[in-house]
Structures are given as C-alpha cells and as structure tokens.
Design a binder for this molecule. Sequence first.
Ligand code: WTA
Length: 695
Amino acid sequence: SRGFELQRRAGNFSKAAALERKAIRATAVEAEVEQWTADKLIDASEEFKAKALIKSREQYDEMYKRSVEDPDGFWSDIASEFHWEQKWDSSKPASSWNLDVRKGPIYVEWFKGGKTNIAYNAVDRHVKAGRGGETAILWEGNDVGRDRKLTFQQLQDEVCQVANYLRSIGVKKGDSVTIYMPMLAELPVTMLACMRIGAVHSVVFAGFSADSLAGRMMDSKPRVVLTCSAVRRGNKVIGLKEIVDKAADICSKQGFDVERVLVYDNENAISREKTPWKDGRDEWWQDRIPSFETESPVEWVDAEDPSFMLYTSGSTGKPKGVLHTTGGYMLGAATSFKYIFDYRPGDVYWCTADCGWITGHTYLTYGPLLNGASIVVFEGVPTYPDAGRCWEIVDKYQVTLFYTAPTAIRALQKSGNSFVTKYSRKSLRVLGSVGEPINPNAWRWYYEVVGDSRCPIVDTWWQTETGSILITPLPGAWPQKPGSATLPFFGVQPAVVDENGREQDGPCSGYLCMKAPPISLMRTLYGDQERYETAYFAPFKGFYFSGDGCRRDEDGYYWLTGRVDDVINVSGHRIGTAEVESALVSHSMCAEAAVVGYDHEIKGQGIYAFVTLMEGVDYSDDLRRQLVTTVRSEIGAFAAPDVIHWAPGLPKTRSGKIMRRILRKIAANQLDELGDTSTLAEPAVVDQLIELRGK
Ligand code: WTA
C-alpha cells in the first residue's frame, strides 16, 4: 500500500504539461544560442589555463573517471585534507546508499562514524595553521562608507562568543535555531556558531513575511530566534524585529511559544527605543555577546549528523525543510568551490546571494571559508546608490571571483554600460552565474562588458536539495557555449530520462535525474521522510529527480531548460504556484486562483495569477492591489504576482483538474497554440479568459 501511495502522489506531477513546457523553452534557448555560437566556442586564454587548477579536458576526464568509478577513494583522499577528530572506519566502504524506492527506504551516507565539525574546518583550522591574521570577512554596508573587516582570528573569537551564548541559554547539539537576519557580518557568524555546537540552523530569508516565518518556526520549533532590530536596504527600512514578534504571536496561537529572541541592535536603521520589545524573552546582542569568552569547545559531530536545514518551495503543499548533514556537505561545498572558481590563496571572493538562500550557505559562507578565502558580505542592493555599486565594490576590495544571478545581470545590463566601464574591474578573474538559466544575451554582456572578454564564466546548475554545484564549467578546462552549464562536476552522474523513466543515450532531451547520490545531497526532509521519497525518488524509480528539464547536445553539454513541475523561478527565487494560490484564496473575496509562470525580461519568470472572485464581487483595480498585498503579507514581497487576470471560470478537466497548460499559453499570449480544449468540462471558459486578457 505504501508503493501505491507513492505512485498516487507522484501523479501530482503532470507529465504532459511538463514535457510541453520544456520543449517550448528549449526551442527558445536554441534559437538564441545559434545566432551567437554558430562560429565560436568561448575558451579561456592560454595564460588562464596554464595557471588553472584543472587545465584541460583530459585532466578533468581522468579525475572524473576516478570520481565515478572509485567514489570512496576519490572522496576519502579529499576528506583527508580536513580535520577529523575521529577518522571514519576505513576498513568499511566510505559510502552507502539506496535511491530506489522499490528496494526499501531511501538513504545516503558518507563517512558515517567519522567525527568532525564544519565550523572548526572553516575557521579554527586556518587560525591553527597560522593564518589567523588573514582577512576572513569584508563587510560592506548598504550605505557607501560603512564597512568592517574581520580576520580569521576575529571571526573565530566572535563565533565562540555566540556559541557560548547559545550554550548558556541551553541550546544543545541537534537543537534547532532560527536565524532571521539581514546581511550583517553577524549572519555568517551566527551560522558558524550554531555549527560549532552542533545546533541545526534554519536561516529564513529576511524578505519572508511573518506568516512564512511562523510556518517555518512551527515546523522546526527553534530554541531561540536570532534577528536584528531593522535593516536599511536601498532607501527602504524594514522592521525585522516587528516581523519576528508577529511570527511569534502566530506561533503562540498555534501552541508554540518562542522562549528567547536575541536582537542585533542596528542603530543605523532604527533606535532601540523604537524597536518593539517583549521583556523576559528578548535581549540585545550587544548587551550579551561581548561578555562571553572568545574560546569555546567544539562539538564533534558524526559525519551524518544534521548540519542545517533550509526551507524551499516544492510543487505542492507547504515549503519543504531540506536537511543536510555534515561530512558529505562539507566536502561537496569545499571541493566544488575550489575547482569551479579556480580558487587560489589570496583570492577575494564575492557572492551576491543572501544567506537566506542555499547559495548564501554553500557559496557565500561554507565553501569559501572552508578554503580559507576572504569573502565579501554585502548588505545592500546592486542598484543603490546607483547601478555601478557592484563594480565600485569590486574595485574597492580588488575582488577576483564574482558570483551572481542572471536576474541581477539583466537588470544591470539594462542600466547601461557606462555604470560598468567607469570602474577598472581589472582584479576580476572568474565570473559565476547561478539560480536560473542564463540567456545567451545576458551571458555575452557579462562576458564582454563586465569581464572585458577576459574572465571565464561558470554557469553553475544545482539546487537547495543538492547542497553544492552539480553541472558546471571548470573555467580552464573546456570551452563554453553560452547558455549551457556544460558538464558534470566530480562524482556527479546525471541521467536524462524520458517520461517512462528510461535513461536516454547521447544527444537527447528529457527530465534531469541523478543515478548516484551527489556527496552533498540532502539526506531527508525535516520530519517528513515520506515526502522526501515521494517528491524526489518516486517519479523515476532508481533516480533522484531534480524537477528540471534538460537537453544534452552532441558534445555531451547539458542545457537546463527550466522547471517541469509547478515551481516558478522568479529572479532566481523558487516559488511554488500552490503557495501563491493559497495566499490568494486567503483573501475573503477570492473564490479560486490558479498561478502560472511566464517569461519575464528581467526576472526570468514572472508570476501570473488567474483569479475567480466570490459570487457578486466586481472586478476593480483596488481589489487587484488588495490581492497583491495579501500575497506580500502571506509569503513576502518577492512572491507578489506581476499580473492578476480576472477569471469568471478556470479551464478544468471533467475530473476537476485545472489545465495549467492552457493557462500558460494564455499568459504567454500564445493564443493560437492552446491545443485541444475539447476535453474541458466547460470549453467556453477559455473564450471568456481570452476576452478578459489585459482587462
Ligand atoms: C534553477 C539555487 C539553469 C533550476 C542554487 C533548479 C538553474 C532551481 C541554474 C534550484 C542554472 C539553478 N541554470 N537553472 N545554472 N541554477 N537553476 O533550490 O530550476 O533555489 O531546479 O537553488 O534553480 O533553485 P534553488
């Protein structure tokens, strides 16, 4: 019966619609690519290759071969470069796993029995090696002129103080801690402090609303919430403490009381007096943390003990608490960072992601610090005070490695080249892209204008669930085709499967799966192993299913074509259509809602909502605004619909299932491609919808 349940749930995933969408996106990308790459592949210069860690395709092929034929040996060698308080049992295989739902529970283990600590390896190890005086964090505030530098020694001191504080209030190994902070240097410090004591952090992006924060807190039941009074981003001030208070009230009503809230006093945004406060529960960071010792014992944890969780959107239901563990995550993060960014000592690395997303975990915090890199932590936005801010920061800190998202690239491209060319950018060596497919036009601008046709671009594909990058260029090793993430990283074994779950050979397109677990793959969904199995392993038996469509070309390069499920990728942020729909119907005048993605010039995808109102309610712009406000307060501003399309009825099959395929075509204004509508319960609703387009 369990097998049946798995099947039933996997049926949520509408294959016909998915295939179609994938095909559309693939063709669009293909057409654009052809224009530019017909005559040239983009390769790194001979000078770059000569100095690169991986200098050629042959060198990669050899390492890759070993990584898939002898993964235990490959990763054991790498693991030995880190500190293990107790080594794993090397008389047994380093890894053990099952990805096939027919063969029993899904599990993945690496180096089980070994004891280590990620924070120790990311901070103390460098201090012990005499690098305590080197720069760890270069913090740049929202406002020009506010900045701060922390050496590895100072970072270690602060991490220890916060770790001691957490211990003093009773936080222990395995306890959950919620972090709802803006991009202060204290954010990575707090994450590392949790890791140091074996507590499991759950960072919630500070753009999420009180409702979303509360939902995540109800799921993970944190011992403490760490936050900040308020933050200034661009010209806006956002009262984070107020949001935490609201979330705590929501939790209280549902039977969970937050015992303690530690608040960083950000006087640059709000005064202490104006910050909402609850005596007995709340305390100021600045009043507590400095009084703690700058030494603190390390909690040695098992390689398979949890390291952190991070909520992400799925195609159905509430957000999923992706749970990562310690050993595999540490090695995946560190190794991918090293080779993909071609890291060498002395590099200054800047990832523009927020720590609230997985990129901010693996490639702002853990990956680079595990390598001893100096990282830039930026509090502001790329367009404040103007669109030259990123390049000003690059020059100021002599940034060598830069990692951002296509949506930011497109937005900056729109602002014009003069904001870029005004700055030198000579320090840059490697440019990275993440979060969504990068269109060749943006790729070319990034390459030619930002990188002066000198810096290789790494278009990196991965997911919250995979923990680290899986498909990616290695900058010195092979030529690029703009728009393609190219080849699998070490140990990664992609499989492109058809709708029946059969692996395809050679050039093909289909669903992107993994036939062996990447070392840093999530180990479960927090408190919901069943959903872990149904969402990722039931759709294609024997494989981990990514939710993405992809094409593999005649050179074996992978082209990611976007999500094939009901997840939308807006500015690189994952949003489930079901979440937006449930936010919309929480408005008293909304009877039903159906949300789809559509191509958006800057955001990659925009949110298009079809809304059916309660009987007798009239359409109005005011109601439109109210609906958008509702989504903002239920989820967060970044999930606000771009379009609200009034829908007297929705196209449904006779069994009541909404035909999103048709809605996507209407949203894209591809009205002559609606396909067969005769199977609809009421074909006339389609004409009504077309009639109301733009009204
Ligand atoms: C998409 C972000 C194309 C993809 C790291 C994936 C990409 C989802 C790329 C994961 C890329 C990420 N090319 N698509 N280089 N990188 N994606 O969990 O659809 O926030 O499934 O992780 O982003 O989003 P997540």
